[in-house]
Design a binder for this molecule. Structure first.
Ligand SMILES: *[C@@H]1O[C@H](CO)[C@@H](O)[C@H](O)[C@H]1NC(C)=O
Ligand SMILES: *[C@@H]1O[C@H](CO)[C@@H](O)[C@H](O)[C@H]1NC(C)=O
Ligand SMILES: *[C@@H]1O[C@H](CO)[C@@H](O)[C@H](O)[C@H]1NC(C)=O
Length: 323
């Protein structure tokens, strides 16, 4: 794992125009002023949502959800301006992206959490800290629960549900969320998790690079050691320091995992080693669509001259969960 420092490289001194065709989930935000610069210090990047910019936009961004639910359509009846790129954008796992077979040969680029997308917009990432932080002496202070989990959607066929059931036969697990009728308000979420030694950052879908705020926010920000289930260990290692999480796949059995957690919680030195990464890294969680879309300008000059996703469905559904 190493962080890549992006330098702004849009060598042309003209402003790129990025047109957001419709807002994700119908929730719009202000685009007043020079948003990409004012909020994120990304220069030469004009983000707009008025469709009258279509003829001059360099990139038109389409959020997938509204395309597949039929509430929005691609402007395939309009001639596409020379050089304009259409971007397909989604942060969902493949099984929530619907059937994309009818979207072949339309999109020139992808905006997704996938590391191999044209524009990678992860749920979170680690940034180097400027000055070494004073490390807390013992992270176990204030902790009262061994393992915690927050789950709103429990589906018995999810891999994570099976692992939860097996694990709860070995160690006590405190469960919060809608499933158990113990929802946590956003203000209570991190303080609650911070009282747990371990947090089950279990993804609902096991797919390539699909690592969500369950790791970045719920676990890392709260100061609980994440027990992760999702893509393979290598996917996690590519984006997170090795000794910062515990991957379910590392254990021969879920019982072994439970035993490991119990021993670790009782061992001050070994438990605290799981926080050593905080000396060098701080977590950045992404939540604003504007920031994600502005990022297009940072990488624009590195896009292939000419490219079309001839089979978007295959690209989206590729390599699920594989290393
Ligand atoms: C780019 O946009 C900024 C902010 O709106 C503006 O001040 C500047 O004049 C524009 N530059 C060019 C070359 O159009
Ligand atoms: C423990 O809780 C106290 C009171 O809420 C807080 O001030 C302190 O920073 C916490 N310590 C750790 C290590 O989280
Ligand atoms: C974008 O895709 C369209 C549709 O296949 C294609 O005609 C166009 O040449 C592509 N543009 C770029 C810049 O790749």
């Amino acid at each position: 794992f190493s962080s890549i420092l992006y330098t702004t490289c849009n060598p042309s001194d003209r402003n790129l125009t990025i047109l957001l065709w419709h807002w994700p989930f119908r929730h719009s935000f202000s685009l007043k002023g020079d948003v990409c610069w004012d909020l994120y210090q990304i220069p030469y990047c004009k983000l707009v949502d008025q469709r009258s910019f279509y003829p001059t936009a360099d990139v038109v961004v389409f959020h997938n959800r509204e395309l597949i639910d039929g509430s929005q359509r691609l402007p395939t009846h309009l001639p596409r301006p020379q050089g304009q790129r259409w971007a397909w954008m989604s942060l969902e796992s493949p099984n929530n992206n619907g059937n994309l077979r009818r979207f072949g040969n339309l999109f020139n680029m992808t905006i997704s959490y996938r590391r191999d997308a044209d524009i990678t917009v992860p749920y979170g990432e680690l940034l180097p800290v400027e000055t070494e932080e004073h490390l807390v002496e013992d992270r176990r202070v204030n902790k009262s629960s061994l393992v915690c989990w927050v789950v709103s959607k429990y589906r018995s066929h999810y891999k994570r549900s099976r692992v939860y059931k097996e694990l709860s036969a070995t160690v006590p697990i405190k469960v919060y969320g809608r499933w158990t009728n113990t929802p946590l308000s956003s203000a209570d979420l991190l303080p609650t998790i911070s009282r747990c030694y371990f947090y089950l950052a279990f993804e609902n879908s096991v797919s390539k690079d699909y690592i969500t705020e369950k790791l970045w926010y719920n676990a890392y920000q709260a100061g609980a050691v994440p027990v992760v289930l999702g893509p393979s260990i290598n996917h996690y290692k590519a984006v997170a320091p090795e000794h910062s999480f515990i991957h379910v796949d590392k254990f021969a059995s879920i019982k072994d995992l439970g035993t490991y957690l119990q021993q670790l919680a009782g061992d001050k030195k070994r438990y605290n080693e799981y926080f050593n990464w905080k000396k060098h890294w701080k977590v950045k969680v992404y939540s604003d669509w504007r920031e994600r879309i502005c990022k297009t300008c940072l990488h624009y000059s590195r896009l292939p001259q000419q490219h079309v996703y001839s089979d978007l469905h295959a690209w989206v559904n590729t390599n699920n969960g594989q290393p």
